[in-house]
Design a protein around this ligand. Structure first.
Ligand SMILES: [Zn+2]
Length: 297
């Protein structure tokens, strides 16, 4: 019986490996498996945006993922039209349900779940960043963004990619933070934000078109509005990885503004897109007073 069980296990193992090989064969003409296999990513915030980012990263062959969310952050019915998870996962921790989802796509992917509050226990974050090459900041809390930014800068993460969806899902922004460039504190200072930036489409989007009078509102966004920005995050992450061996593939800039719909004085037409280079802030308390390497815009 023991041998039979072992044979069955081996057979199952061979089948899974055969499936994984077939999965990678489908993308190999564009992305060589060895290019993404060595990456380890952390996704902070597993809501509608972070969940989509996670799926996209698994589908390009990322093999090691840490999913980070607040303690007790569970999937609710109201999330479903804007989440990659469905009814069968209601009541489950989003991190754990997303781990199952990711492993359902690629059984060879190693997924770790961490449910911690980075704002009240920031000391728990650095150990999670060990060996991580990319961090995707998809949290809907401004303080948490700054805590993750600081920990990532201190850890020397290759790239931190941050996304936000604007009021009502009209568009959004994606920032890329690299050790030699502007950090999130630099970016918020450059953009002269007097209120926190918008959330990632979860609960309280801010009226970005007039941030000075912005107060939290509960305007809904469509899943496709959020997914559009999430896919841009994953795309910029991929181009960053490819850019390590071929600079032509790299994202040109560190800040992308994208309009899903027309917004007066912000997005002149649907699918508006513009890339900027935001410089380091001289004397930034987080990333230091390194001389500005960029000409600005
Ligand atoms: Zn900075």
């Amino acid at each position: 019986m023991a041998d039979g069980g072992s044979n069955m296990k081996n057979k199952k193992g061979r089948t899974v490996q055969s499936h994984i090989n077939t999965l990678f064969a489908a993308i190999e003409g564009i992305i060589k498996p060895e290019v993404t296999r060595e990456e380890k990513v952390l996704i902070a915030g597993v809501g509608s945006g972070g969940g989509r980012v996670a799926e996209e990263l698994v589908r390009i062959g990322i093999q090691e993922i840490v999913l980070l969310d607040k303690p007790g952050e569970k999937l609710e019915v109201r999330n479903i039209f804007r989440h990659t998870l469905g009814h069968s996962d209601i009541g489950r921790l989003k991190t754990v349900a997303m781990r199952d989802r990711l492993k359902d796509i690629n059984p060879g992917c190693k997924v770790t779940c961490a449910n911690i509050d980075v704002v009240s226990t920031p000391d728990k974050l650095p150990p999670l960043l060990q060996g991580v090459s990319q961090v995707y900041i998809c949290v809907d809390n401004e303080e948490a963004r700054h805590v993750i930014n600081q920990a990532g800068v201190e850890a020397g993460i290759h790239e931190m990619i941050l996304g936000a969806v604007f009021d009502g899902g009209c568009g959004g922004e994606v920032g890329r933070i690299k050790p030699e460039g502007a950090c999130y504190a630099c970016m918020t200072a450059f953009l002269e934000r007097t209120v926190p930036p918008p959330t990632f489409g979860e609960e309280k989007p801010i009226d970005y078109s007039n941030p000075n009078k912005g107060t939290p509102k509960s305007t809904p966004a469509l899943n496709m509005d959020i997914a559009q920005i999430a896919i841009l995050m994953a795309r910029i992450g991929l181009q960053s990885i490819l850019g390590r061996t071929n600079p032509e593939d790299d994202f040109r800039g560190n800040y992308l503004l994208f309009g899903n719909r027309v917004v007066k004085d912000l997005f002149p037409y649907p699918l508006f897109s513009k890339t900027y280079i935001i410089p380091k802030t001289e004397g930034c308390l987080i990333c230091g007073s390194v001389k500005d390497n960029f000409p600005g815009r």
